[in-house]
Design a protein around this ligand. Sequence first.
Ligand SMILES: *[C@@H]1O[C@H](CO)[C@@H](O)[C@H](O)[C@H]1NC(C)=O
Ligand SMILES: *[C@@H]1O[C@H](CO)[C@@H](O)[C@H](O)[C@H]1NC(C)=O
Ligand SMILES: *[C@@H]1O[C@H](CO)[C@@H](O)[C@H](O)[C@H]1NC(C)=O
Ligand SMILES: *[C@@H]1O[C@H](CO)[C@@H](O)[C@H](O)[C@H]1NC(C)=O
Ligand SMILES: *[C@@H]1O[C@H](CO)[C@@H](O)[C@H](O)[C@H]1NC(C)=O
Ligand SMILES: *[C@@H]1O[C@H](CO)[C@@H](O)[C@H](O)[C@H]1NC(C)=O
Ligand SMILES: *[C@@H]1O[C@H](CO)[C@@H](O)[C@H](O)[C@H]1NC(C)=O
Length: 449
Amino acid sequence: MRFTFRNQPLGRIASVIAVLAVSANATLDGNPLATPDQQTLDALAIKISQDDNFTVLKAEAKAAYQTAHGLPISDEASSSIDAAIDELAFSSIQKAVNGDTYFPKVYWVDAGPRNWFGLDVPGGRYSYDNPDCIYRTIPIDSSLSYIITGYRHGSGPTDVTFSLISDPNSQNTVAYLSGSDLVVDSDGSYTITVNSSSGDNQTNHIQSTLLAKQLLIRNNLGNWATEKPDNLTVDLVDDNSSQSALTEAEIILAASWNLQESIVDYGVGALGIKTSINKVNTLSAPSQSSTLGTLTTQASSFGHFDLSDDEALVATVTQGDADYFVFPLTNPWIITTDPASQVSLNNKQAVANENGTYTFVISVEDPGVYNWLNTTGLHEGTIMVRWQGLPTTSSSSTSSTTSPAVDIQVVPLSELASVLPSETRYVTVEERESLLAQRLAAYAQRTEF
Ligand SMILES: *[C@@H]1O[C@H](CO)[C@@H](O)[C@H](O)[C@H]1NC(C)=O
Ligand SMILES: *[C@@H]1O[C@H](CO)[C@@H](O)[C@H](O)[C@H]1NC(C)=O
Ligand SMILES: *[C@@H]1O[C@H](CO)[C@@H](O)[C@H](O)[C@H]1NC(C)=O
Ligand SMILES: *[C@@H]1O[C@H](CO)[C@@H](O)[C@H](O)[C@H]1NC(C)=O
Ligand SMILES: *[C@@H]1O[C@H](CO)[C@@H](O)[C@H](O)[C@H]1NC(C)=O
Ligand SMILES: *[C@@H]1O[C@H](CO)[C@@H](O)[C@H](O)[C@H]1NC(C)=O
Ligand SMILES: *[C@@H]1O[C@H](CO)[C@@H](O)[C@H](O)[C@H]1NC(C)=O
């Protein structure tokens, strides 16, 4: 394992990182996310974020997000925009610190703020972070060959995907390995090759092309208490001894470029074109595409809400052929507020109706419905429902399929009971507290070691 950087400009950081690594080393067991590489990259991202290199771009991002939201912008919405832009800027740095294709690492990104390894890691959430999903990145160059080694705990995450993408910001898919095609050995281990050869139809191979820049790995946890992300490490097959690591100046340049692209992809694209365009308190019809950060096997539905204290949104979701779906609430700037609160529910966490659909209630106050989604005090926010593990459009013609669907309406809280299905499960205050405590404890496992 490597705790030092070769280049002079990084010498200063290297010594800091080396000390941190040694002191935490003995306690790294058990948590697949708490790796020495994670610690190295988190420390470097923090260091870079502390210099004032992104002031102008952050101002541009804020203006673009405000434009995409549209006027008027309430005080409530305004109060969270600066923090959201800070997270967007940190996400751009996180993408850049693991951008060295000759010295690849596995890096967990797009998560909320946390304190671990003695590091105060800021949030790096952007563009509809999914509270179920552990997003990890590996930098890829198509002229090089990589071997990824994985280990699966138990039956593994509910949905796993490996997407080779052409750009860490627009995230367009170049090649793709789905969890159902991944071959895992009986002892839980697996290896995946990534290189430019066709691989002769070999299993666990991802063919890279000149467009490939990054492997984006999603591990979606359905049951947070029992499912663990896979262990993942990467090895470069080619010789890197004559290569020097990226300099800090190069990383800052890449981060600036990421932030610039993020303004367009997430501000103009995800918030503007995908979200704000919909009528308030409605959701777009689920649609499947491989652009703007979505998977080819994923369908998504976007919308934004604006509720008074005595109103609720009632949404009914049809899972269709998806093997996983999640209904998360996000703030006006398309990031989660407090994932440890019940701001999202997936098909393993929610209770189904008798006919297999799922009905959710979104409101500021807790109506005592099991499938309540907590707006965490917000009256305004955004929604991106997603279904994963769907047949791709080219492969779906053979069998008869049920399409994902969602249906949504605003009702006065006082009329909620008359709108909800008769089988709706309710919870007492004590049950709610206990459910919340379980969720919090399960969520905390991600950073415990
Ligand atoms: C998986 O990762 C954890 C945490 O780093 C480690 O304790 C465990 O030994 C790893 N398991 C395998 C089989 O690599
Ligand atoms: C590229 O991947 C294929 C398929 O797994 C493998 O057979 C080959 O050895 C790899 N090439 C290199 C240079 O690692
Ligand atoms: C790979 O699979 C395709 C489609 O099944 C087949 O046409 C082709 O002959 C296979 N190639 C090799 C080298 O096995
Ligand atoms: C690439 O560099 C890393 C870090 O210096 C080293 O651990 C690794 O063995 C090198 N890989 C190759 C194939 O040279
Ligand atoms: C980043 O900011 C630091 C501190 O203000 C400055 O010394 C450095 O030159 C900047 N780097 C780049 C690439 O702009
Ligand atoms: C709703 O979320 C807020 C913010 O996270 C939290 O303080 C509150 O306890 C939650 N309410 C319930 C009933 O879970
Ligand atoms: C399934 O049940 C829900 C709740 O009662 C209802 O809203 C929905 O229309 C039903 N869907 C079908 C396809 O019957």
